[in-house]
Design a protein around this ligand. Structure first.
Ligand SMILES: [Zn+2]
Length: 309
């Protein structure tokens, strides 16, 4: 059994354990469940989706990386596809606290990166902080998103965030999880001297970073960006920038990629190399913060790919 799940699995009913164990005790389990698997688990456990999600919260929280707070939060993003996506909070030693990922952001970015088009609900084990309420208000589900907390009636995001400020106040109509595809091209290499060797043009890591940037959500700054990480085993994890109407709750592209890597059960300190792709001459840049956080994680081979329209 995968070690992170042992305590959570011991706590569920024998029937649910028997159905869940074969799904999650896989080397390639990536922290999400398909609609068919969810249905199977509901039948096995004799529970509805709300109850199942509460039972699954400890499995999501098992992904928490909390060397600073030791306070593990788990969240489950529930897509219109019926799929469930696990998320957990992630903290980074030797990086500023602003680089922290909250569990709700983790679950939502996870859903987005796996192609989910809209969320119905989010189940989380602690009440969402103000930062996360604002982050969720960027979603195309708007204030109708249902928030489910243990031992409380389900309620809309609107009830958790009354008198909300959001994208519509800035006349922005492209919302998080909407399908976007910007036609970027790799324009040039910027030599930042961090790496002795330049990757080849056909390097899949470049393509992954470019594709992530082209589908990033940056309606406020138009500074689209994406990060692709390669683990020690060669696998690639690409994350897109998710901008927010209130700016500060924006999720940087590196964090999105780290979320996907963590969901795959891979330690974020096992990054071999990274590529940040971002728009040329954009009004903001992810470069210094990306390099600093990657350095804190022990990754020093970082390339910068400049994109043009
Ligand atoms: Zn939060």
């Amino acid at each position: 059994m995968i070690a992170r799940f042992v305590p959570a699995l011991a706590a569920v009913s024998p029937a649910l354990r028997a159905a869940l164990a074969p799904l999650i005790d896989q080397h390639d389990f990536a922290g999400w469940l398909s609609a068919a698997q969810v249905k199977q688990l509901m039948q096995a456990g004799g529970v509805d989706e709300d109850a199942l999600c509460f039972m699954l919260l400890p499995f999501a929280a098992a992904y928490a990386v909390t060397p600073l707070s030791h306070f593990d939060v788990g969240a489950i993003a529930r897509g219109i596809s019926g799929n469930l996506y696990f998320g957990a909070n992630m903290e980074f030693v030797a990086a500023p606290l602003q680089q922290t990922v909250h569990a709700e952001q983790s679950a939502i970015a996870h859903a987005w990166l796996r192609g989910e088009k809209r969320l119905r609900a989010l189940t989380v084990n602690y009440t969402p902080c103000g930062h996360c309420r604002q982050f969720m208000n960027e979603l195309n589900s708007g204030t109708d998103l249902i928030i489910c907390l243990p031992e409380r009636p389900a309620a809309t995001l609107g009830s958790y965030l009354p008198d909300a400020f959001g994208p519509r106040d800035l006349a922005i109509h492209s919302l998080l999880l909407d399908d976007i595809d910007q036609p970027f091209a790799a324009a040039a290499w910027l030599d930042h001297g961090l790496s002795a060797s330049s990757p080849a043009d056909n390097d899949p890591l470049l393509g992954a970073a470019l594709a992530a940037a082209s589908r990033s959500h940056a309606p406020y700054s138009q500074s689209h960006s994406g990060v692709a990480l390669q683990g020690q085993d060669g696998r690639i994890y690409a994350g897109r920038y998710a901008e927010n109407a209130a700016f500060n709750p924006s999720l940087p592209p590196l964090q999105a990629a780290l979320i996907l890597m963590n969901a795959a059960g891979v330690d974020n300190r096992q990054i071999k190399r990274a590529v940040l792709a971002e728009r040329q001459n954009a009004s903001i840049t992810q470069w210094p913060a990306t390099c600093a956080t990657l350095a804190a994680l022990g990754c020093h081979e970082v390339h910068h790919l400049s994109l043009s329209l």
